[in-house]
Design a protein around this ligand. Sequence first.
Ligand code: HEC
Length: 149
Amino acid sequence: MIQKIKIIKILIIIFSLNLAFSANAQTVEEIIKGRKAMFSENYQNAKKISILLKSKRIEEAKPLMKKISDNYIKLLDYFPENTKEGFKTEALPSIWENKDEFNALMKKASDDMIKLAKAIDTAEDVRVVQKELMWSNCSACHSRFRAPH
Ligand code: HEC
């Protein structure tokens, strides 16, 4: 009898552990779609920043720069080994062959958005700093790590 109760207890523990894990683990589909959604959001915000800076609305542009910077940091966790293909991903295998370099580019892109938020206060030409600290990072990464589209 005691033996049986023990077995039932163990089964309950295993079952609840299982539930806890499956609640946390994102599926491959969720991860790939999740990173695409974050890149798209960054693109939308980057375009908004351009428009705001053109009309000298610097203070309104700053929170969007922070948002892009934060997204880049989150994106570091969105390229696990099991998400190399499927769900129309444009991620190239070179990402996983050069993971350190890819992550370094992502971190640089994130840091540069924070630098941009400071640089625009004193910049003579906002378009130049924006190109240097924002747009150039998109193409630097895409040219090596994203499939032509
Ligand atoms: C460090 C690398 C890196 C940087 C920096 C980067 N991207 Fe990307 N981007 C990628 C990768 C990799 C993909 C492909 C993701 C996928 O399809 O799984 C991508 C995909 C995208 C997509 C397509 C999303 C979709 O719905 O399929 C857009 C739009 C995009 N990036 C815009 C930008 C813009 C704009 C910037 C700069 C402001 C930027 N990216 C900076 C690596 C980067």
